[in-house]
Design a protein around this ligand. Structure first.
Ligand code: CU
Length: 165
């Protein structure tokens, strides 16, 4: 009897086992959103997600305070053309990380409420596979020309928000 109680106590005290929420296992590194010209309707947010747990953790949804719609996206090569695709989740491997970056996974900000200037704050809320949520506060940042190229693709391939000239 005593042993059983001790075992239960041990299970309750060890973090990272079954009792931990996904949001306790995930750490966000270097998040930022892409600053865009005033004509842009859309932008993207990027970061590195680390998973300290011994099971994969999925990001299944995202919301933001700067856009009407926020989606999880990736880029895929389709017959030599790079296209954006919406994904149902972004998985962070056990004891591993996944990098959200231009040309790869990203949080797509669709229908910006206002242009994102460098330094503008963005508040994101990520929903994880077990339903737990985590807040990510980041800032818009100017990115290089290579990034602008992929930004153009973004806007061209986002049928919900035609680009304004
Ligand atoms: Cu996208």
């Amino acid at each position: 009897m005593k042993i059983r109680i001790l075992a239960l106590a041990a299970a309750l005290c060890v973090p990272g086992l079954t009792l931990a929420a996904d949001s306790d296992s995930v750490r966000v590194e270097a998040p930022y959103a892409r600053a865009v010209p005033p004509t842009a309707r859309n932008s993207g947010a990027f970061m590195v997600l680390h998973n300290a747990s011994d099971h994969p953790v999925r990001v299944v949804d995202a919301r933001s305070d700067v856009s009407r719609v926020t989606e999880l996206h990736t880029h895929v090569h389709d017959k030599g053309v790079m296209r954006m695709r919406r994904v149902d989740f972004i998985e962070v491997p056990a004891h591993g990380k996944v990098e959200l970056k231009p040309g790869g996974y990203h949080v797509m900000l669709i229908g910006l409420n206002h242009p994102l200037k460098p330094g503008d704050p963005v508040h994101l809320e990520l929903t994880l596979g077990d339903g737990s949520k985590m807040a990510v506060n980041l800032k818009a940042r100017q990115t290089g020309m290579g990034m602008m190229h992929s930004m153009k693709q973004h806007m061209q391939q986002q049928p919900m928000s035609p680009m304004q000239h």
